[in-house]
Design a protein. Structure first.
Length: 254
């Protein structure tokens, strides 16, 4: 059996200490914000991945500078992905990349990053396929199911699944207009498939976005797959009634 060297022990201890300290931050009652310096990008990205993988929306305050112009940057962004030591975000409707203080390949070199997860808990459940004549019809059916949580502080509702939309065969310009309207959602992973006489939508979409889709694409009939609904609430697990906890699956930041 191979003996573990001193260097390997140090590395393992470093990983354990980092994991324990981050876990403590998740379970502590000091609020939902997590702050990192620009030299902690791998830790920051790791925490981002954990939050996003649980389907919590994630905003961040980024303090640093643009790598090309060197102009200061102190803005709020929406984080949609994190890999290695790089964060992928939306700023003013445009995708940007964020690296550490010495970054030169990313758009932003960050001196400090403060993560702001949205909500404290997520209640999720499945819905059988829904049919409607408009996106508003589909959204209303989904929204009606969230009335079971009317006593909670709902901050967001996210829907995951597929929708087949009977509409028309879109011209190249028509397709591009729809893509432009859904650019942020596409960056977050939403997929659009243009077919003859309609469109297929696949992935996750915010309920408020779904409500407004009639403005950018007309529909005569819509049929969904089974849907997973994620209801993001600003309530801790202790604040959620027992009858809800017994009936629904719930995830928390911890």
């Amino acid at each position: 059996m191979k003996k573990i060297g001193i260097l390997e022990v140090v590395v393992i201890l470093s990983i354990l200490i980092t994991s324990i300290s981050l876990a403590y931050k998740f379970y502590s009652n000091n609020g939902n914000d997590y702050e990192f310096d620009g030299n902690q990008m791998y830790k920051c990205a790791w925490v981002c991945e954990k939050i996003l993988n649980k389907n919590f929306p994630l905003n961040a305050t980024v303090i640093g500078k643009w790598t090309l112009s060197k102009k200061p940057f102190n803005e709020e962004v929406v984080i949609y992905d994190a890999k290695g030591g790089t964060l992928y975000a939306i700023y003013n409707g445009t995708p940007i990349t964020i690296g550490g203080e010495l970054a030169y390949q990313e758009d932003i070199a960050a001196k400090k990053i403060i993560l702001h997860p949205i909500g404290k808990s997520i209640i999720f459940y499945e819905l059988d396929p829904i049919e409607g004549k408009s996106f508003r019809d589909i959204a209303n059916e989904i929204e009606n199911t969230t009335k079971n949580f009317s006593g909670l502080n709902i901050v967001d509702v996210i829907v995951e699944g597929s929708m087949g939309v009977d509409s028309k065969t879109y011209t190249p310009a028509g397709r591009q207009r729809i893509i432009n309207n859904l650019d942020v959602d596409i960056k977050k992973g939403l997929e659009l498939y243009f077919v003859e006489y309609g469109i297929i939508i696949n992935g996750k979409i915010h309920l408020n976005t779904l409500k407004n889709l009639d403005k950018c694409m007309g529909a005569s009939n819509i049929s969904t797959s089974k849907l997973t609904v994620y209801v993001v609430v600003n309530n801790s697990i202790d604040e959620i009634p027992t009858k809800i906890k017994e009936k629904y699956a719930i995830v928390t930041l911890g």
